[in-house]
Every structure is written in C-alpha cells, then in structure tokens.
Design a protein around this ligand. Structure first.
Ligand code: ASP
Ligand code: MG
Length: 464
C-alpha cells in the first residue's frame, strides 16, 4: 500500500491511515507500505535546494525551520507514547540538521553533476520524515513497523532528478533486505521517490515517484495487489476542477491508464504501469476517508470494456507552425534546448505533421513545470527563433491537446466519427490516433479547449 502526500499530511488523514493499516494487516499475510513526503514538503525542499545553489543561506534556513515546525506540530497532536514521540523529535532534528549541512555544501559546489546529486539528497528528506512518523504510530499500535530508507534498495542509474531503476539489482536488494522482514512479521515502511546508485549516491525517481516505488516493489515481491491511497475517490473521467460532473472510473486496463497518465492525469506516475502490466498485478486507487468504497481498479480487463470512452483530458501545449516543409530535426532540437533552459524539462513532442508547404509540431509542457510555464516557454521560443537563421518564419502559439481514452477506439467502433461530429464547428489544428489503440488526440486553439472538453465529457456521461 502506498500512501500519498495528501493522505499523510493531516491528523485526520493520518488517523485513517493507521486504522486502515491495522485492519488490512489482519486480512493479508504480508504488508509493505510505501510513503510520500507530507503534501507540499517536496516543493519546499526543491525551493530550499534552489536557494542553496544561489548561496542564499537565510532562505534555505527559513524553509528548513518551517518544515521542522510542521513535522513537530504534527507529532505533537498525534496520539504517541512518550518514547516514540521523543525518538521522533530527535530523528526529525537529526535529519533536518544533516539536510542543512547538505544545503551548505551545495552552496559551495560549482560542478553541475555534483550539484544535481546533492539536490536529490536534499529533496528526499521529506519521505524519510514520513516513514519514521508512520513507523512510530504503528509501533504504538502493537505492529512491528520499521522505517526503511530506499536509497540502498531501489538501485538506479546516475540520472539525478529522474533516475531509472536497475530492476535486476533492485530485485536482489528487495529479496535481501525487505523479504526477510516480512518473514519476521515486520511491516516495512519504505520511503517512496528515493533511490541510489550502486555506489550509494542518492537519486530520485522524478516528481510523483512514490507511485513508481510501490510498483517496483510490488512487482519484485509478486504482490497480490497494490493499493494507492490518497484523498480522492479514484481516477476520474476528467479533471474535476474543470468538469463539474466528472465521475470515478470503476475499472481501467493497464493500457488505458498508461495513456491517461501520459496525457495529463496528474494522479499517477507514468512509468509505474509497466511493471504492473508485466506481472499482471491489480492496482487499486482508493480514498483514505472512504476505505469501504472500491475506488478505481486497474487490471487486465476483458473485451467487454472495448469501444467505451473512459476519460477525456486536456493539457496545455505549444504549437509551432511554418509555411515550409522539410526536416523537423533542427526545430525540434532548438525547442528542446530552449525549453530545458527555460523551465528545466525536456520537450515531449506530441504530434507533428507536414503537408507540401506547411509544417506543424506540438509540444506539451509538463504540468509539474508550474502555472506560468507555458507562457514563459512561448516567449522564450519566440525570441530564440527570431535569432535563428532560416527559422524566423516559425509561429509559436499556445494550444491545448484534448485526448479521449478507452480501449480499441479505432477498431470499427464508430466512436471517433461520433466525436468528430460533436466538435464539428471547432477549428482542429491536428489529430493523432497514436500508436496505441487506446487514445485519440485533437490539437485545438487554447480558447476552444474548455468547450470541447465539456462536449466530449457529456458524450461520455451519456454513453456509459
Ligand atoms: N514527494 C514526491 C513528490 O512530491 C514523490 C511523491 O509524492 O510521489 O514528487
Ligand atoms: Mg502522486
């Protein structure tokens, strides 16, 4: 079971977490928990690391003090024994003291790679803090909870900030360190998000990476099921912040959920689905405040689910177009470089198309890049292309990519033609049916996206 940041961030949610663990450990032989940092803590830690890079000592000290106060006041309010409470206070102080030292040494580093590794060490403190809190709570409830730092368990490559696990080595470590604990009735509480290279340098698995940790461990121990707990009811048919009548999706196939994560649902780490699909492990998404509800089940669904639209998503992107055709490699390289400089992430090319005299390329900007990222990237690209010989005739516009998700949508279902009929009057910049049969995307002008999203969602609601 993986507990996300929102489910461990408040007293009321934490109380639920403990009662869920106590109840479920009676039902299941063996239980492994994976935990995230308290909600918002990773963002603060990233900010602290950033200030440390700028040698802003006062800035990162201020953030550390806030993080410390938040954890201390949380444990103050929790029903803990004197022993566990004082142990936790000492652990929190020690971890944050070490982190301040890491910030200090980060200020002194000028080498880029060392800087990235130090940053990963700093931003992983949040998960270590949570794991200790949950372990204490379980021990006070007569369970043998032990907090485990995953730096020496999830063995990864050296890519700081978004490392890829070496599954062979990781499986060995899990077999050596975690499995024997289960045999001794221990409930391991593993830090999500964190990994480490073979020589022990800390890494992280990318934002939202605790999901991935749960999936790697679950696949490795051949788990019967993986449950991911948060404070939403499950995966939704559309973003409930944008579409009022969005509903919980009862079940999805691995392929559908992979598309959903890729095309914008912020709830799942995109890389977590691979291991589950490979080992055919069911995944449940549940709400800690409504544990009796089924939530969303992701598994190997049968053909009865085909030709049904499950969800529609909308993500912001940037479209580049020009009155010329030819190789797109130079423009792609420049976009990638500019985006990396501006918002620190690489460009994901979504759709590109060409005719005899025109070219069109769309990129998406990751939702984790922040609310202004699309605008900032657009300006940066415009400026950069002006200066490039032969590329100044490219236009840079913001766009939206609307994606419908379901199974076998393209196979004689008539669904795509129905969708096109619904949005008949809208100007569509490009379509893509994609290499998977589980999604279909439309690129539209930003101002049209809201309307289309609602129209397509109404269609889903009327057809379930
Ligand atoms: N705490 C990390 C993040 O905020 C990992 C996670 O929550 O899954 O990205
Ligand atoms: Mg998450």
């Amino acid at each position: 079971m993986k507990f996300g940041g929102s489910s461990v961030g408040t007293i009321s949610a934490l109380t639920q977490v403990i009662s869920i663990v106590l109840q479920e450990q009676e039902r299941w032989d063996r239980l492994i928990l994976v935990v995230s940092a308290l909600e918002g803590v990773t963002d603060s830690l990233i900010e602290a690391a950033h200030l440390a890079q700028l040698s802003n000592r006062r800035g990162y000290r201020r953030i550390t003090a806030t993080i410390r106060a938040r954890h201390l006041s949380l444990i103050d309010e929790l029903p803990l024994s004197i022993n566990e409470r004082s142990g936790l206070q000492a652990d929190i102080d020690q971890l944050l003291f070490d982190m301040l030292n890491q910030c200090q040494s980060l200020s002194d580093i000028s080498n880029g790679t060392d800087m990235m590794n130090k940053t990963d060490e700093i931003i992983g403190v949040g998960e270590r803090l949570t794991a200790r809190i949950i372990a204490s709570l379980l021990r006070d409830n007569n369970l043998r909870g032990v907090a485990i730092d995953s730096t020496e368990i999830i063995i990864t490559d050296e890519t700081a900030g978004n490392a890829t696990p070496d599954l062979l080595l990781t499986n060995q470590r899990i077999a050596q360190h975690l499995v024997p604990m289960l045999e001794r009735d221990i409930v391991p509480i593993v830090t999500g998000f964190l990994g480490g290279t073979i020589d022990g340098t800390p890494t992280t698995l990318g934002r939202g990476g605790s999901d991935y940790t749960a999936s790697i461990i679950g696949a490795s121990v051949n788990a019967q099921e993986i449950w991911m707990w948060s404070i939403v009811d499950g995966l939704m048919s559309s973003d409930p912040n944008e579409v009022d009548n969005a509903h919980v999706i009862d079940e999805l196939s691995y392929e559908e959920v992979a598309e959903l994560a890729y095309f914008g649902a912020k709830i799942l780490h995109a890389r977590m689905i691979g291991p589950l699909k490979q080992h055919n492990i069911p995944l449940r998404i549940k709400n800690v405040f409504k544990p009796q509800q089924d939530g969303t089940l992701i598994h190997n669904t049968s053909a009865k689910n085909n030709h049904v639209i499950k969800a529609v998503t909308s993500i912001n992107g940037i479209a580049l177009s020009a009155n010329q055709s030819g190789s797109l490699s130079r423009i792609s390289a420049i976009v990638d470089e500019t985006l990396f400089k501006t918002i620190g992430t690489h460009a994901d090319v979504m759709i590109s198309s060409q005719s005899s005299s025109r070219s069109f390329v769309t990129f998406v900007i990751s939702t984790t890049a922040g609310p202004d990222a699309v605008r900032t990237s657009q300006i940066a690209l415009q400026e950069r292309l002006q200066d490039e010989i032969g590329l100044s005739n490219w236009n840079v516009d913001t766009t939206a990519i609307i994606t419908i998700i379901g199974s076998e949508l393209d196979r004689n279902s008539g669904i795509i033609s129905k969708i096109l009929r619904i949005i008949d009057k809208t100007h569509i910049l490009a379509y893509s049916q994609g290499p998977s049969h589980h999604s279909f995307s439309l690129v539209v002008n930003t101002q049209d996206s809201d309307h289309i999203l609602h129209r397509i969602h109404d269609f889903i609601v009327n057809n379930v």
